[in-house]
Design a protein. Structure first.
Length: 672
């Protein structure tokens, strides 16, 4: 048996395996801090999914401890009925459960707490100037941790987990960046040690204590992993039973969230250093999307346990699938970070590729459908494949047509971008293809859907998911017959194989259009001299996956580090032999000398097939627009005298993110 599947003991708690559900706030608690039914369903799904240890998301120990809305609370007996329901639900399925206690200190936002935040010091102010805790207030705060822990233990929680990462209150005492006190809590480990000791006294010896620590803050002058090598024994002596490695702080948001463009398993080397000095088990989180990687680091002893956040959102049942050897059935996270973006905005967190996340009841697939139908799907991108998958899982007979020789659409093409660790984007299309094969979907490649084909197939339901198209460049000189060194991003570059890519680009490259071209500019800059030309005042970023703050910051950092000459507020006049003629930022004419020009225009919805279908088969009631989820929802066509339902999905309506395509497909395919 693989080591990751074997039991492990954390203090007094024995886990059935070494896979933990990370404590991640999903903004689904009530606005007053109570557990909601949505949360109960979410945690039940994780327990059913096979996690050995489920850590309940951050619960505040006092009202002024929130950085975002809809946090759980654990500071009063009135919260115990809901919390006890979580315990009962997880225990029923054999999982141990811990609750993470949090006070965000200086990270709290005044708009959510209606008072000034509190902190050990008023240095390194996050947003609002904090009230500096007095010595007595520090002592009171420690007792608040102990009180909340005792309440949680009273309803059966197996572990108390302290959130000491992301620059929250315990980390603020530990770090020289945020603690310049001169009283006893100027001894930076003292607050955390007393917090652990007080909690142990409050809960007794039968509850495990887990500390999630930013073992490297990723900010100049902050704590490093070498500092933590000395801190770990201090925490162990205080009574901690497990170290949960999670580097970063709010000021190092890219380091703390690991967006796309960062390699998988990024925190493992930090955890490995902690593991060498720790006497208690060490757990690590952070970009463990590819499950063999997690299995490997446990097997060879780099860590004792692995903890999952985004992969758990994408597939809460992956531990069970791993144990059953069903690798092809794991819907692996693509690291689009839509869920992270939701968090920073305060919205209910969603997963781009798993519509059932936080809608476990609403999006449960019922099968078989009450009436089995023949379903035709036009387009093999992620939206079309999701519609085909769900429809087939409900028992419908499904046929899918894709006009190219590859399934996966734009997401698969983008995954081939060299040098930017974007291969995660292909995980969803690989999973979908495996599911379509297992479900017996009849897939036809290199064949476009036409009205004639529709008449031949005579379906009961049509899903049009043909995506968007790359418009022909209108810049003077962009005709390849005149200038063979001009290529387009998607059709001429991303859709080509690796060898063709290398051969198509010279040493000096101009990328025109940042909306889709920024990633390419950064990718090429690893080995080329690249100029990014953008006519609008600011550089923008591709919208096909979630446009999160951390992803934007990461790309800006790459632009600077890799030497991309990013020029905005210019006007492209024409492409000439040897360069691109522009009106520069100063309003002066200039020629940017390059060997290759890559044009990255904004995509436009491909409405051609939908227009043909409506013209040939439409009835009066099929010309209405449904609004939120898609177009022409559940409305009828007339095909050879037979009624046919008609749906449009994704980018063929309007180019947006993969989330819109997958969610609308999943929603409608559950309706038919």
């Amino acid at each position: 048996m693989k080591k990751i599947f074997t039991p492990i003991k954390i203090g007094p708690m024995t886990l059935k395996n070494r896979m933990a559900a990370a404590p991640s706030v999903t903004y689904n608690a009530s606005h007053t801090g109570e557990v909601t039914e949505r949360q109960v369903e979410m945690y039940r799904d994780r327990a059913i999914g096979g996690f050995g240890f489920i850590q309940v998301e951050a619960a505040t120990i006092r009202d002024d401890g929130k950085a975002f809305p809809c946090f759980l609370a654990a500071d009063h007996p009135k919260y115990l009925p809901g919390l006890s329901k979580l315990v009962e639900t997880c225990h029923l399925h054999g999982a141990k459960i811990g609750i993470q206690l949090i006070h965000t200190g200086r990270n709290a936002q005044k708009e959510f707490i209606d008072t000034d935040p509190v902190a050990p010091s008023d240095i390194l102010i996050w947003q609002d100037k904090p009230h500096v805790l007095t010595t007595k207030e520090c002592e009171e705060m420690i007792q608040l941790y102990a009180k909340s822990a005792a309440l949680a233990a009273s309803v059966g929680f197996d572990a108390i987990c302290f959130h000491g990462s992301l620059g929250h209150l315990p980390a603020q005492f530990l770090s020289p960046l945020t603690n310049d006190r001169t009283d006893k809590y100027g001894e930076r480990t003292r607050f955390v040690v007393e917090m652990i000791q007080a909690t142990r006294a409050a809960v007794g010896d039968n509850v495990a204590l887990v500390y999630r620590g930013a073992v490297d803050e990723g900010t100049e002058g902050g704590l490093t992993v070498d500092d933590w090598v000395e801190i770990v024994p201090v925490l162990e002596d205080a009574g901690i039973d497990c170290i949960d490695v999670y580097p970063g702080m709010f000021e190092s948001s890219v380091f703390a969230t690991l967006p796309l463009y960062m390699p998988e398993g990024y925190y493992v080397p930090y955890a490995e250093k902690i593991k060498k000095v720790a006497r208690v088990p060490v757990m690590v989180v952070g970009k463990l999307m590819h499950q063999p990687l997690a299995e490997r680091i446990v097997e060879i002893g780099k860590v004792d346990m692995v903890s999952y956040t985004r992969p758990m959102f994408a597939d809460p049942h992956f531990p069970r699938k791993l144990m059953e050897g069903r690798y092809d059935d794991i819907r692996m996270c693509i690291c689009c970070d839509h869920c992270v973006g939701d968090g920073f905005s305060g919205r209910l967190a969603e997963c781009s590729i798993n519509p059932s996340f936080q809608r476990e009841k609403q999006f449960k697939i019922t099968r078989p459908a009450s009436i089995l139908k023949k379903v035709l799907v036009a387009g093999g991108g992620v939206g079309g494949m999701e519609a085909a998958r769900v429809a087939a899982k409900r028992g419908h007979k499904v046929v899918l047509y894709e006009k190219t020789n590859k399934l996966g659409g734009l997401l698969l093409a983008a995954a081939s971008m060299p040098h930017l660790y974007m291969r995660e984007l292909r995980y969803i299309s690989t999973w979908q293809q495996n599911q379509l094969q297992k479900l017996g979907v009849d897939v036809h490649m290199e064949k476009a859907v036409t009205p004639e084909l529709i008449e031949q197939e005579a379906p009961d339901v049509i899903f049009v998911a043909v995506g968007a198209k790359e418009p022909r460049p209108s810049i003077p000189g962009s005709n390849r017959a005149a200038h063979p060194n001009v290529i387009t991003l998607i059709d001429d570059y991303l859709m080509q194989d690796k060898k063709a890519k290398r051969q198509s680009v010279g040493d000096r490259v101009a990328v025109i259009g940042s909306n889709h071209g920024t990633e390419l500019a950064v990718s090429l800059a690893k080995s080329k001299e690249v100029t990014l030309l953008e006519e609008s005042p600011q550089i923008s970023f591709a919208p096909y996956i979630a446009l999160t703050v951390t992803r934007m910051i990461s790309l800006y950092e790459h632009i600077a580090k890799d030497g991309v000459k990013a020029r905005s507020g210019i006007k492209v006049e024409a492409i000439e032999d040897g360069g691109v003629r522009i009106i520069n930022e100063s309003g002066e004419p200039e020629v940017v000398e390059v060997d290759t020009v890559v044009i990255a225009p904004e995509r436009v919805a491909d409405r051609s097939l939908s227009t043909q279908i409506r013209q040939q088969f439409g009835t009066n009631d099929s010309m209405r627009d449904s609004g939120e989820w898609g177009h022409y929802v559940g409305l009828n066509l007339n095909i050879n005298g037979k009624t046919c339902e008609f749906f449009e999905l994704g980018d063929c309506i309007e180019p947006k993110t993969c989330k819109e395509a997958i969610h609308s497909a999943g929603y409608f395919a559950r309706m038919i």
